[in-house]
Design a protein around this ligand. Structure first.
Ligand code: ZN
Length: 186
């Protein structure tokens, strides 16, 4: 079976930046699984996997536009330091949850001054070229429910739990819920 919209793909992967630094990788025996065609992985990688099959390897360099985007200067903000009361030693690189109109956003401290702190809400990989080295481990047809939900329902893919099971069942089998109701917020 070849990778196409509506297939579930499991892959081993390693991700490096242009300097060759390893940024992320799947653990041995624990390939990353996703539902293809539903924007569950970055577009540049998803596009490179179309038509591949089990055993195929893919090396692809993804531009920021097809990865985590280009940094948006508007997401960098200077806030008064007294907003961080209770934080002992404020350091560059620390992460905080900021509440915004769009809900909580993870921000990184990028600059600490006497009265002000600069935080950046861009994804840490925004603006970076991403070099993926992928080996396809499994390709299967997705279930109707998976396609309806837009994500996989096995191996902990649904709701972050490992409670899925046979036949694409989802995480809240025990709870009272409508049949086929996943409990996901999707
Ligand atoms: Zn679901």
């Amino acid at each position: 079976m070849q990778i196409a919209e509506g297939t579930v793909v499991a892959m081993d992967y390693a991700l490096k930046d242009d300097e060759g630094t390893l940024l992320d990788q799947s653990q041995p025996g624990q390939p990353l699984a996703y539902l293809h065609g539903y924007k569950n992985i970055i577009p540049g990688l998803e596009a490179a996997l179309v038509g591949k099959a089990v055993g195929d390897t893919v090396e692809v360099r993804v531009a920021p536009e097809d990865g985590y985007g280009v940094p948006n200067p508007a997401l960098e903000q200077v806030v008064p330091r007294d907003r961080f009361q209770g934080v002992e030693s404020l350091e560059v690189g620390m992460q905080f949850q900021a509440s915004t109109d769009q809900g909580p956003v993870s921000v990184r401290v990028v600059k600490v001054e006497e009265d002000n702190v600069t935080v950046d809400g861009n994804h840490p990989l925004a603006g970076k070229h991403l070099n993926f080295d992928v080996t396809v481990q499994e390709v299967r047809a997705a279930t109707e429910e998976e396609i309806a939900h837009g994500h996989i329902h096995q191996g902990g893919g649904c709701c972050g739990g490992g409670g899925g099971g046979e036949g694409g069942a989802c995480c809240n089998d025990d709870k009272e819920s409508k049949e086929g109701d996943c409990g996901c917020s999707h």
